[in-house]
Design a protein around this ligand. Sequence first.
Ligand code: ZN
Length: 309
Amino acid sequence: MSDWRTNDRNGLMEKLVTYGHLIPSGERGVYGRGSICEAIYSRVDALLTHLTLEDEPEILRFPPVVPRRLLDKVGYTWNFPDLCGAIVSIKPDETQRIKSSLDEGASLVFEQTSLALLPAACFPAYPAIAARGALAIGGSTLDLGATCVYRNEPSDDPARLQVFHQRELVRMGSETQVLSWRERWMERAAVIYDQFQLNATFAVATDPFFGRGGLLLARNQRDALMKYEAVVPIAGKISDLAISSFNYHRDQMGKTFGLNCVDGSVAHTACVGFGLERIVISLFDRHGCDVRGWPVNVCRVLNLEGVCA
Ligand SMILES: [Zn+2]
């Protein structure tokens, strides 16, 4: 372990910025990625792509904005209004009037559009697949790629960014299909985090995610084992950073979006999400900001030999 290791997340942030891995934007929690950071980020993403191949997923990509009504429908705006990022603008036919009022010293007032920034990568997938009709016998498996998501959480914590990328996969089908798929992904994640030497552990978590009954549901989630997280120690603390989550929604998304199996039953769904920036930051925290000192085996599994050497 490298000797620069810091005891607090702000110290870790300073190191990441000093080494050029994170590029400050001037706003808290909004960073660019430097070239070495980007190399590691893209290798982690490529490794995850390799792991998806066995599932033969359908590859879908969605934009980083969604209709705000979709967030209403899944209960996100009700449960997390403070995290939402609604998009505001000026109507095209108002432009001239606004420009002349600005000339007179008025301040610019934007109006809400019908769009919001995407807060979770899988949300657009459920209505998109439901619109096709019933699922095929084998259900559906989706690779949604590395989607850019936003949460209004200004912070100096390098592990809590406002804008970040979730590498997300979704499974839709029967309860058995969905749960066995989630189990397989937990096994795969355990293997790669072991190869990264990140000391990840898996813990049951809660996530008050669904509709107005969300908080009540959250209390039952631990019992129902609906959400697991892979957590790693970071900045000298023990196991307090979630780097991926493995979520079982039961038939909640199926009911919300009218998503059915071929036999007419309501589909069950699960998603797995890998926080790409968090994984990369955990690697820097664990092995040091100077990648030349990284363990050879970690460089090899990430195909980083040219960068580490
Ligand atoms: Zn998801």
